[in-house]
Design a protein around this ligand. Structure first.
Ligand SMILES: Nc1ncnc2c1ncn2[C@@H]1O[C@@H]2COP(=O)(O)O[C@H]2[C@H]1O
Length: 140
């Protein structure tokens, strides 16, 4: 299978607890390569655009407030079947349902403060990567 890329965010609850390296260790142990990475403070506009698909959900305001509450680390991960693989490595959205060994099982605090985001499909991955990275920032 060809190499695939996915977009990842290490969220404020994880950066605040100094867990960037611990999350990256799980990512790399799973065979995914971090081919782009930067620590940023998301603007409200960026967070609203990124999560626009959820704008009618009752938790939208809370989600945007959380994502701009502290720095995040945005990343591009590369590997075989990277999108599905990273979703497996992250674990279920709600850490209460996440499998042993997954990032969310180990680190997430709640369904909202769930430590990481990963793209859900190839089309979304392309859009999400393009929102935060230019081509020359991604080094495979
Ligand atoms: N019931 C909820 N309450 C608060 N946040 C939620 C809820 N359901 C989903 N989310 C958040 O919405 C996010 C949408 O995509 P993420 O994969 O980043 O992770 C999700 C959760 O962090």
């Amino acid at each position: 299978m060809a190499l695939e890329r996915t977009f990842s965010i290490i969220k404020p609850d994880a950066t605040e607890r100094n867990l960037t390296g611990a999350v990256n260790a799980v990512i790399e142990a799973a065979g995914l390569r971090i081919v782009a990475q930067k620590r940023i403070r998301m603007t409200r506009q960026q967070a609203e655009t990124f999560y626009a698909v959820h704008k009618e959900r009752p938790f939208f305001g809370e989600l945007v407030d959380f994502m701009i509450s502290a720095p995040v680390v945005v990343q591009v991960l590369e590997g075989e079947n990277a999108i599905a693989k990273y979703r497996e490595v992250m674990g279920a959205t709600n850490p209460a349902n996440a499998a042993e060994g997954t990032i969310r099982k180990q680190f997430a605090k709640s369904v909202g403060e769930n430590s990481v985001h990963g793209s859900d499909a190839a089309e979304t991955a392309a859009v999400e990567i393009a929102q935060f990275f230019s081509g020359n920032e991604i080094v495979g």
